[in-house]
Design a protein around this ligand. Structure first.
Ligand code: ADP
Ligand code: MG
Length: 223
């Protein structure tokens, strides 16, 4: 199993992000502009151009939506929250998608009251991102175990999938903005999630074995 402790690289992430955003937004925008110019010059009746423009605009929207999660919430709303209940809500939200992919989500926790101080919506979004990645890593279905554990004052949330795993070269790039191996991926979910957890003074650890599965572990202070 490969173990990688993902480090904080605040400054480099910000500048990579700036460059990445500029490129990623410019590409679909250029495409939309091109098709609009075509329509203008030829007054074509072909609806496909409209479809392309709409899907490109949707993509910009998806990317910006993920990035906006990184923006500081208007009012810092850090509260004591029961992570067991928070995870149950998130799982309920994603159950339909999991079922469709033949993925069974199993929650394992010795106790059902584990508290952390968090920005609830952000922590939920992080869990959604990791669960979605796990589901997407199991195209033929499988089990996703969500394990909750408290050791001393540290709360661990582990997302253990039985998916394709992460090859070493991908593992090295994980966390870089816009790095994706998926045709329709944004490559933002993991980076945004890691940043959110770091903003909570927590850490994200990844261990993975190809063809066996991946474990993503969040560690937060339970104090
Ligand atoms: P996206 O899901 O849009 O591709 P992410 O930032 O969420 O972007 O993930 C980046 C890449 O990391 C994915 O494209 C995938 O290759 C890899 N990855 C993340 N989580 C997993 C996982 N649980 N199993 C296998 N690969 C993963
Ligand atoms: Mg993702």
């Amino acid at each position: 199993a490969q173990e990688l402790l993902l480090r904080t690289e605040k400054l480099s992430v910000v500048s990579e992000l700036a460059a990445g955003i500029a490129h990623e937004i410019r590409n679909p925008l250029t495409s939309v502009k091109g098709f609009l110019q075509l329509l203008k010059s030829q007054a074509l009746e072909n609806g496909i151009y409209y479809d392309i423009m709409l899907s490109e605009i949707d993509r910009i929207d998806l990317i910006l939506g993920e990035l906006l999660l990184l923006a500081k919430p208007q009012i810092a709303h850090f509260q004591r929250k029961n992570v067991c209940s928070l995870l149950k809500e998130v799982v309920t939200l994603l159950e339909a998608q999991a079922n469709m992919c033949n993925v069974q989500i199993v929650m394992k926790s010795a106790v059902d009251d584990i508290y952390v101080t968090c920005e609830e919506n952000q922590l939920k979004q992080v869990c959604i991102n990791f669960i979605k990645n796990a589901i997407e890593a199991m195209p033929d279905g499988g089990e996703l175990t969500i394990q909750l554990e408290v050791e001393k004052e540290t709360v661990s949330i582990r997302f253990i999938d039985q998916g394709v795993g992460i090859p070493k070269d991908v593992l090295e790039k994980l966390g870089q903005p816009f790095f994706t191996t998926k045709e329709k991926g944004t490559g933002l979910g993991f980076m945004v999630s890691k940043k959110i957890i770091e903003n909570h003074d927590g850490t994200v650890h990844v261990s993975s074995e190809e063809q066996k599965g991946t474990t993503i572990e969040i560690r937060l202070s339970g104090l």
